[in-house]
Design a protein around this ligand. Structure first.
Ligand SMILES: *[C@@H]1O[C@H](CO)[C@@H](O)[C@H](O)[C@H]1NC(C)=O
Ligand SMILES: *[C@@H]1O[C@H](CO)[C@@H](O)[C@H](O)[C@H]1NC(C)=O
Ligand SMILES: *[C@@H]1O[C@H](CO)[C@@H](O)[C@H](O)[C@H]1NC(C)=O
Ligand SMILES: *[C@@H]1O[C@H](CO)[C@@H](O)[C@H](O)[C@H]1NC(C)=O
Length: 514
């Protein structure tokens, strides 16, 4: 049985593959250990019926995590895992990275599985549908709007203008703009279908729903003069997105709905980063939007468990990173991404290790919140495209103590761009828009410490909502089976009632056009 297991990524590019992948991505002793443990897992489940997950976490996941050096808690790390072996492994891995640096990307290519075969069934026509087609296929009205940013990128904005039940086709005054994360697209919000997808839920609740697409993704892959295959096209980070794309998107909605429109902004992951970058630099947008709702917010990055951390050590060597990752688009086929995918989220280790080694376990268990029937359609739409430079920008933050700061061009370049040798931080204290943060305990990209710090910086905080499920992760905000109950209900409440039930005592505008 083959299957490629890809759990979202989005945001910071996380992918998982399994099936015909080779085993060359880890040293043999680890492979042995995983293989041995997989057999043990099978027997264990058969014989004792103990929770597979617990057993896995103890015996496989912790081992790999330690090996790659992710454990947050050094004490735990030493105690949990066979001690001296661990140190040797970590050391080995470090050496491995150094060798990779010396020899260019060849070593990384060697670790990543070659010739990954995507073998998921593709009977479902939805896999190939565009966002508006998907929306229309569920009986909702769908629109596509195209416009140009002030720096020449041609963007597409999708829209569900009125609820399905709205037979008179009157466009609601309540307005919401949804912004996807890194490698995502407007499709992220509709892939889960009309029962679970946030775009539909908001439409049903009487919102005019707009779905943004960032420059470079499937729907916004064009420029008035730059070739999408050139470096000039991909020479941007999320900073440029915040400065040019977001104003163009908001400007377009205002053009269609009039200057009094009250736009609620809902972002996921990088979709929140660009909001914070916009509001702290072009401060007039604090008065243009109605309120911000940040799902899995990413601004500070001290508390990152994602393997993106591995890139941080190269963040001051942009040339090398570009070589490693591809200078232009951060491609899904990229060997480093494949390598990262192997070490992505804990659930991915789990799936990966198990499914590479054991057919029995492959489809016999399930993670709590992941709906396996969505896998083919997710694979069909994600990743939708992102620039390598955006990833580098995040890696720089991690290297620079997790600061939320502008792109680092090196002392000379910084002098030219910013007039200082070090890149300035985004002045978060200038954000006055009422903002609610939604975070989760098992989110490797949006850590508790960082989100709490961010929340403390907000001048008009609405609420910091922590999803009441310990295993909830970064991508669960989009596709979790219980996302409507665990997240969207509260989101809607906060959007609807303004903030009457929250700690926020400031003023929030009416949701409707005055
Ligand atoms: C895996 O099992 C084989 C055979 O039982 C054994 O020789 C080997 O040492 C084991 N490897 C590890 C890392 O435990
Ligand atoms: C690390 O883990 C150990 C053992 O589980 C625990 O006693 C200790 O308090 C933890 N330290 C931190 C800083 O969380
Ligand atoms: C890439 O963008 C930076 C920052 O805007 C600019 O300084 C640089 O000249 C650009 N390089 C190319 C080749 O377009
Ligand atoms: C999983 O996704 C499928 C396809 O969208 C849907 O029909 C089904 O209801 C979902 N299952 C759960 C438990 O959400």
């Amino acid at each position: 049985m083959k299957c490629i297991f890809f759990l979202s990524l989005l945001t910071l590019g996380i992918f998982v593959q399994c099936g015909d992948c080779g085993h060359t991505w880890l040293p043999f002793n680890i492979i042995d250990a995983v293989q041995n443990k997989t057999i043990q897992i099978k027997n264990f489940v058969k014989d004792k019926g103990r929770s597979l997950r617990d057993f896995y976490v103890e015996n496989v996941q912790n081992r790999i995590k330690t090996y790659v050096g992710y454990s947050k808690n050094q004490t735990e790390k030493i105690v949990d895992i066979i001690t001296e072996k661990t140190d040797i492994l970590v050391e080995k891995f470090d050496r491995y990275l150094t060798e990779a640096e010396v020899s260019g990307n060849q070593l990384f290519d060697a670790v990543a599985p070659q010739n990954v075969k995507y073998t998921c069934s593709n009977d479902d026509p939805a896999i190939h549908m565009s966002t508006p087609q998907l929306i229309a296929s569920h009986g909702y009205a769908a629109e596509s709007h195209t416009f140009v940013t002030d720096d020449g990128y041609i963007l597409t904005l999708h829209r569900i203008p009125y609820p399905k039940s709205n037979l008179n086709r009157l466009i609601p005054t309540k307005t919401v703009l949804l912004h996807h994360g890194l490698l995502g697209s407007s499709a992220d919000w509709v892939l889960a279908g009309p029962e679970k997808g946030l775009a539909y839920i908001l439409s049903n609740a009487g919102y005019d729903v707009w779905l943004a697409n960032v420059r470079g993704n499937t729907y916004s892959r064009a420029h008035v003069s730059k070739d999408p295959d050139s470096f000039a096209f991909w020479n941007f980070t999320w900073h440029e997105v915040s400065q040019h794309d977001l104003p163009a998107v908001i400007g377009h909605i205002i053009k269609i709905k009039g200057p009094d429109v009250k736009i609620n902004y809902v972002g996921h992951s990088m979709g929140t980063t660009i909001l914070f970058a916009l509001l702290s630099t072009k401060t007039e947008y604090n008065n243009i939007l109605r309120a911000g709702f940040a799902l899995a917010p990413v601004a500070y990055m001290t508390d990152i468990e994602s393997p993106i951390r591995l890139l941080a050590r190269y963040a001051n060597n942009i040339e090398y990173l570009m070589k490693l990752l591809g200078a232009n688009e951060f491609l899904p086929q990229n060997s480093v991404l494949r390598w990262l995918s192997k070490h992505a989220c804990e659930i991915n280790h789990y799936e990966e290790a198990i499914c590479e080694n054991s057919l029995f376990v492959l489809c016999g268990h399930d993670e709590q919140q992941f709906n396996r029937s969505l896998l083919p359609i997710i694979l069909g739409h994600v990743p939708a495209g992102a620039s390598t430079k955006s990833l580098v920008h995040y890696a720089q933050e991690i290297r620079n103590k997790g600061n939320f700061q502008k792109f680092d061009y090196g002392p000379k370049g910084n002098m030219e761009h910013y007039g200082t040798t070090i890149p300035p931080e985004y002045p978060l204290h200038k954000i006055t828009l009422p903002i609610a943060l939604f975070s989760a305990k098992n989110d490797w990209l949006s850590g508790e410490v960082d989100v709490s710090n961010l929340y403390r910086q907000l001048v008009n905080p609405i609420e910091h909502y922590i999803v009441p499920l310990k295993t909830f992760n970064h991508v669960d905000f989009l596709w979790a089976i219980d996302a409507p109950i665990l997240v969207y209900n509260r989101l809607l409440e906060l959007m609807e009632q303004g903030t009457s039930k929250s700690l926020f005592n400031g003023d929030i505008d009416s949701n409707h056009i005055r």
